[in-house]
Ligand binder design. Structure first.
Ligand code: ADP
Ligand code: MG
Length: 597
């Protein structure tokens, strides 16, 4: 599936893709490190515990070697305290490690959670500030799951991966040091000669395994998108009896996941038997050489046991490195994506209000506009439009002419290509979005309500408003008529997206939500088109009652809704519009659009 590109035009990197570790990518990690700053002391303590813990763990093979020598009749240093002394030392090694690792895990997890809190809320802040076009450009479900996934990779890195990586490196370096100084140089050199070959082969397998994993992840995201989409449109799916169609679609994507998963598994299986065969073969060979050395008297049995234990430790660390490094790369890839994503400029939602007073005329001057995703089609070409205060305009034009587009431009959901829009002489560019959008309310055709009570949904129009405000808006919008009949009145819970209400009832709540803002410009975008006669009448009554309180744009098709408007904005559909007086020829005007279709 082709991925949509971000606003910058830069293609999205794929899910779970690992970045090459380069200076550039490390720099992007800085963005995360920046969030670590406030926790640097905790981080440093965790790091200290980590280093001390790794150092202590390296003592274990040494003590085991001494223990072997002791029982083998070889003299050992008196400060080790004999058999029971050594037992004490070994217990101390584990005890200290247990203590240190408890706090290390605690510290890193604590930091991880806090850093992720910061990053998550910043990401959300940035997401919600994105302009409308951003959300039209991509599948939001896919975006959500990707960001969630990316952030979890980053979290893993902060809480475990980076600590583990450091620990394993320390074990390798320390282990090799002890191998050289405390055991046999010859055996150590042989062992170290074999490792690079093994690592090279491991990388070779790793490439294939990762490729398959990436493809499987991609397909997983696709099937997730099917799932999200069908859940969101569940009533459509059911109404068409398309459950099996969706199940089939889901399964098709899922079986691709399985296919790539299994193919990845093949390489993994080959890899693991390769490891067993070659690695264990090498180990046995070296151990055998070791025993020969012991037999010749070049090495004590204790040193050999130390050698084996150190080698096992170093080997295990090296083995885990490849997974850790790839996890680390994945986190860098994730942070790159999140970073790239975060650098998408959003709308300026932080700009403070300038106390803009929405009075006077709204003037569109020479406005030309084409949707950014469809630049070839100019919805408006050099249009001129003046909206007088408290005037009521009907907006007419055939479907696709640009009626909703006009509303979107007034809300500044999209930026115009040329010309200007001003309100009371102030250019839209100079009106902070908070001020602008506080002054305008829109009632769309398809009302989406939030899960909550009717009252909460109305209050959404003006956070922090009083109960009286809600009641007033509810009365004006004729919500009370039906709310009264419900057991809990305005406090009635409505289902997800308003599922428990009729279209007309939802519409009235939407109107109340708009009215509570006391907007200076109120737009009805085909708000009555989908309603039954009675509900439509109710909405029309509301519109009548509102006449003269604010500027109104009523996008509609039915003469009965448009009658009340004194002027009509006729949108031709070829880029122009004109404003005419609403005379007694409404049906004719509307009819003319129908025949044009
Ligand atoms: N988000 C969008 N991206 C690209 N083109 C769009 C978008 N929304 C609407 N259009 C196109 O712009 C034109 C005007 O659409 P619109 O204003 O929704 O018409 P209507 O008058 O029916 O409300 C149509 O040709 C439509 O296909
Ligand atoms: Mg429309």
């Amino acid at each position: 599936m082709a991925r949509p590109s971000l606003n910058s035009g830069a293609p999205l990197t794929q899910e779970g893709q690992r970045a090459k570790i380069s200076l550039q990518s490390i720099k992007q990690l800085q963005w995360i490190l920046q969030h670590l700053r406030p926790h640097r002391w905790l981080f440093a303590s965790g790091l200290l515990f980590l280093i001390v813990g790794s150092g202590v763990s390296l003592m274990f093979p040494w003590f085991i070697g001494k223990l072997t020598d002791l029982v083998n009749g070889k003299p050992i240093a008196p400060w080790l305290g004999g058999l029971y002394g050594l037992l004490g030392w070994l217990i101390a090694v584990f005890g200290i490690q247990a203590f240190l690792s408890f706090f290390r895990v605690l510290f890193f997890v604590r930091i991880g959670e806090k850093v992720l809190y910061d990053i998550r809320s910043k990401v959300y802040e940035n997401l919600i500030a994105q302009p409308i076009r951003f959300f039209q450009d991509q599948k939001v479900g896919e975006l959500n799951s990707r960001v969630t996934l990316d952030l979890s990779y980053i979290q893993d890195t902060i809480t475990t991966t980076s600590a583990e990586l450091i620990r394993q490196f320390l074990v390798i370096i320390g282990g090799v040091f002890f191998l050289f100084t405390q055991t046999s140089t010859k055996l150590t050199l042989i062992m170290l000669g074999i490792f690079p070959i093994l690592i090279g082969l491991a990388i070779f397998f790793g490439i294939f395994i990762r490729k398959m994993a990436r493809k499987a992840q991609q397909k997983m995201a696709d099937s997730q998108a099917v799932l999200d989409e069908s859940m969101q449109n569940i009533s459509t799916v059911k109404a068409f009896g398309n459950e099996w169609y969706e199940i089939k679609r889901f399964r098709e994507n899922l079986s691709e996941v399985v296919r790539f998963g299994i193919r990845g598994g093949l390489f993994r299986a080959m890899f693991s038997s390769f490891i067993i065969l070659v690695v264990f073969g090498a180990i046995i060979g070296i151990i055998f050489l070791g025993f020969l050395e012991v037999q010749k008297g070049n090495l004590s049995l204790g040193s050999l046991i130390s050698f084996i234990t150190y080698s096992a430790m170093v080997g295990a660390s090296m083995g885990s490195l490849s997974t850790l490094i790839s996890d680390f790369q994945r986190a860098i890839g994730a942070s790159e994506r999140v970073f790239e994503w975060m650098s998408q400029p959003g709308e300026n939602i932080k700009e403070p209000s300038i106390g803009f007073q929405p009075e006077g005329k709204i003037i569109l001057q020479d406005v030309t506009f084409a949707y950014p995703t469809r630049t070839s089609h100019q919805v408006f070409k050099n249009i001129h439009l003046e909206l007088l205060p408290q005037e009521m305009y009907g907006v007419v034009g055939k479907s696709g002419a640009g009626k909703s587009t006009l509303a979107q431009l007034l809300l500044r959901f999209f930026e115009i290509n040329s010309g200007s829009i001003s309100w009371n002489g102030v250019d839209f560019q100079n009106i902070p979005l908070v001020d602008l959008r506080r002054s305008i309310a829109i009632v769309p055709q398809e009302v989406l309500l939030f899960h909550g009570t009717i009252s909460e949904n109305i209050a959404y129009g003006k956070p922090g408003c009083s109960e009286e405000d809600v009641l007033e808006a509810a009365q004006k919008a004729h919500v009370m008529e039906f709310a009264k009949t419900l057991p809990d009145g305005l406090q009635t819970m409505i289902g997800e997206k308003g599922a428990k209400l009729s279209g007309g009832q939802k519409q009235r709540i939407a109107i109340a939500r708009a009215l509570i803002k006391k907007p200076a410009l109120l737009i009805f975008d085909e708000a009555t088109s989908a309603l039954d006669n009675e509900s439509e009448k109710m909405v029309q009554t509301t519109i009548h009652e509102l006449k003269g309180t604010c500027t109104m744009l009523i996008i509609a098709h039915r003469p009965s809704t448009l009658e009340v408007c004194s002027k009509l904005i006729k949108i031709s559909g070829n880029g122009s519009l004109e404003v005419v007086k609403n005379e007694n020829n409404l049906s004719e005007v509307l009819e003319s659009f129908k025949t044009e279709k």
